[in-house]
Design a protein around this ligand. Structure first.
Ligand code: APR
Length: 246
């Protein structure tokens, strides 16, 4: 039993909210953002992850996300033991399990999770800035693409939430945080709001809060408990302990 759960009383019908970040996909081969060799050390986020950057140089932004989309289609990129353990928790837990992910990859879905909200959007979707229609997107995007719904050119962009934009599903997320009994944060540095504030919201609603991360995050002191280590080790062990509690 991890010390993060040692004093916890959970009931079979209790509800769990799990926030995930780039760290959970690291051992699947996808880069995180803020480590020494992370994505934001290779490109300027102002250029590729803001509406202003897209307006300035849409070709650059399309190249950045096209490369990442191709990376996601690499057969070597697969869900790891942490994604699989969370999908197993959803299947076996009698109460509700909701994953709120900051990740734009599809590894939770591929592992079998079905109750999942992508608060920062999805790499495998695009939308038209003119008519807001969202479509599946598995190939490259370019400024020459026409929207299949409104027919206009130049407005297609990745369905990814950029800095300065409102994350998706916030009402549902805030309700789930207020109602949950256990909040678990996995593989996120706690640098980016509103996700970084979820632990405080869950605590305010009375939830027990646990961080599972390679190292203490920025917000580590806000959690009741923590287990530090690689996600593929600490997440399956934590899920085993949780299922043994009830
Ligand atoms: N297992 C668990 N945690 C890990 C692992 C691992 N194998 N590898 C790295 N980590 C941890 C790091 O220690 C770090 O605390 O994952 C965290 C990743 O942090 P970030 O790179 O900041 O990623 P994230 O928190 O998801 O970023 C939030 O920032 O730029 C935006 O939109 C982007 O959704 C992203 C948001």
């Amino acid at each position: 039993m991890t010390s993060a759960l040692a004093s916890l009383r959970l009931h079979p019908a209790d509800s769990i909210v799990i926030l995930t970040g780039a760290g959970i996909s690291k051992e699947s081969g996808l880069d995180t953002f803020r480590c020494a060799v992370g994505i934001w050390s290779q490109v300027d986020l102002e250029d590729v992850a803001t509406p202003q950057g897209f307006a300035r140089d849409p070709d650059l932004v399309h190249r950045f996300y096209n490369d990442r989309r191709r990376g996601l289609h690499d057969p070597a990129i697969r869900p790891n033991a942490a994604h699989v353990a969370l999908a197993g928790l959803e299947r076996r837990w009698k109460g509700s399990v909701l994953i709120v992910t900051q990740n734009i990859d599809d590894l939770h879905e591929r592992a079998g999770s079905t109750r999942l909200l992508h608060m920062h959007g999805e790499l495998l979707k695009a939308f038209c800035q003119h008519c807001r229609t969202v479509v599946d997107c598995h190939g490259d995007l370019s400024v020459h693409d026409h929207c299949l719904t409104c027919g206009r050119k130049g407005g297609m962009r990745p369905d990814v939430v950029w800095f300065g934009e409102m994350p998706y599903h916030m009402e549902r997320i805030q309700q789930a945080l207020a109602d949950c009994d256990l909040f678990v944060s996995i593989g996120t540095s706690g640098n980016v709001y509103p996700a970084a504030g979820f632990v405080a919201e869950a605590r305010a609603g009375g939830a027990h809060t646990v961080e599972l991360n390679l190292e203490p995050s920025e917000g580590a002191s806000h959690f009741h408990g923590a287990v530090h280590g690689p996600a593929t080790e600490v997440v399956p062990a934590f899920v085993r302990d949780l299922l043994a509690l009830v």
